[in-house]
Design a protein around this ligand. Structure first.
Ligand code: HSE
Length: 429
């Protein structure tokens, strides 16, 4: 019997698009027996740009929306990126026609996931996005499919390869943030605009999607509390290390009776903890299920090959006709996202101060902490730093975040302070 051919249109030919072209040319028959693939159209901003894959023989579309609605393809793959603009227009156009869509676009799903899920389900079209989170490491299918029998209470991990690469390299080589960022861009980990990575937004898009899948709620990117690694200094990486910790960008979503909290922060993980030991561009994720308990996955979260493989896994699902709601529950039954302010969270923290070397400073700092109800767990004063100040580092016992922030505010106003205090959470994982 002749093999059935799935005709694929691909919009966006950057790192992931190039990886997918190569994967499909090397393995057109990757998917279940009886089906093969053919690329029947491509679209990108520039037709002539140098690429890892040859597109000279592929039908070209200047307009991704025209490609999305072309009757020459059975599935539309969107790898353009961005929450708005051509990516959104093209995905909507395909879904309106009932055409299956595969996307790696985390911003689009985090921001518009609920409305796109409604559109997809109303038109009977799959909308799949395994590659949007953790690249080649299958987090989306795990939550959407394998965990539906349980109730997930928390997901937390490292979801941005660029940030993890930068933090690892800074620690291991003592190089500056800027030097290492350039390298991550050259290696193809970073987003087109790297502030999306280092500002924490990329990880926030991903944890927003995972929260929706884990808790059966509508994705709500606007409710995510986001802080990146752009303010993490080499000094803090070294001081945290002296205290037995490594700094990681931790993305976390938890559910309680009060609602859902989604956050991204640089945080300290104890040496030996799987998050502290996740190095380079790797991603890692803990999933906490009420019945299953704790699951940990770790793997490549960026790069052409791994991310293209995740796109291909979604294409395979279209071939087999697997039909599931876009998120864990049908779009019409997604729970509203009741955001809980992280100020209610209770946790431990690392606080680093740069102070004048004069009598009474430590007494003033500890008095201020005591007045705010913050209890010190460990305290370390280092010899005079190059800037002429003295670094003081302390860790706190578990404290409501609101009390901690108030204490930091008051310490920042002490006359002996040479710089604003630096506070980093100690990961609650
Ligand atoms: N810029 C992303 C990262 C790529 O560094 O993880 C994958 O989403």
């Amino acid at each position: 019997m002749a093999k059935q051919t799935l005709r694929i249109g691909i919009a966006g030919l950057g790192t992931v698009g190039g990886g997918l072209l190569n994967l499909l040319s090397e393995r057109p028959d990757f998917a279940p027996a009886g089906t093969t693939t053919a690329i029947t159209g491509v679209s990108a901003r520039s037709r002539t740009r140098a690429r890892s894959a040859d597109i000279s023989n592929l039908p070209w579309f200047d307009d991704p929306v025209a490609l999305a609605i072309s009757p020459d393809n059975d599935v539309f793959v969107e790898l353009i990126g961005g929450a708005e603009g051509p990516a959104k227009a093209a995905v909507e156009a395909a879904l309106k026609l009932g055409k299956p869509v595969v996307t790696a676009n985390k911003a689009l799903i985090a921001v518009h996931g609920a409305e796109l899920a409604a559109l997809a389900e109303a038109n009977g079209a799959p909308l799949l996005f395994e590659a949007a989170v953790m690249g080649g490491t299958p987090a989306v299918k795990m939550l959407r499919e394998a965990m539906v029998g349980d109730e997930v209470e928390a997901v937390a991990g490292i979801l941005n390869g660029t940030c993890n690469y930068i933090l690892t390299e800074m620690e291991e080589t003592g190089r500056s943030f800027a030097a290492v960022l350039g390298e991550a861009q050259d290696l193809g980990y970073a987003e087109a605009d790297p502030t999306t990575d280092v500002g924490g937004f990329d990880a926030a898009h991903k944890i927003t999607i995972l929260a929706a899948l884990a808790f059966g709620c509508a994705p709500n990117f606007a409710a995510a509390q986001v802080e990146g690694i752009d303010q993490v200094e080499l000094l803090d990486i070294h001081l945290a290390r002296d205290l037995g910790y490594r700094i990681r960008l931790v993305a976390q979503a938890t559910r309680s009776d009060a609602g859902v909290t989604v956050s991204v922060h640089p945080a300290l993980a104890p040496l030996g903890h799987p998050l502290a030991e996740t190095k380079g561009p790797l991603n890692a994720l803990f999933i906490e299920g009420r019945r299953i308990g704790r699951i940990f996955i770790q793997g490549p979260g960026a790069g052409a090959g791994p991310t293209a493989a995740a796109v291909a896994a979604d294409i395979a699902d279209i071939m087999t006709g697997a039909v599931r709601p876009v998120f864990q529950a049908p779009a019409t039954a997604l729970k509203p996202f009741a955001a809980v302010d992280a100020a209610h969270a209770v946790g431990r923290a690392y606080v680093r101060l740069m102070v004048k070397d004069e009598p009474g400073v430590i007494a003033a700092v500890s008095e201020t902490l005591a007045e705010a109800g913050v209890s010190i767990d460990s305290f370390l004063q280092k010899p005079v730093h190059d800037a002429g100040g003295v670094p003081i580092v302390l860790t706190t016992h578990a404290t409501p975040e609101s009390a901690l922030l108030e204490a930091i505010r008051r310490i920042g106003a002490l006359p002996a302070l040479l710089q604003a205090p630096k506070m980093l959470r100690i990961a609650r994982i």
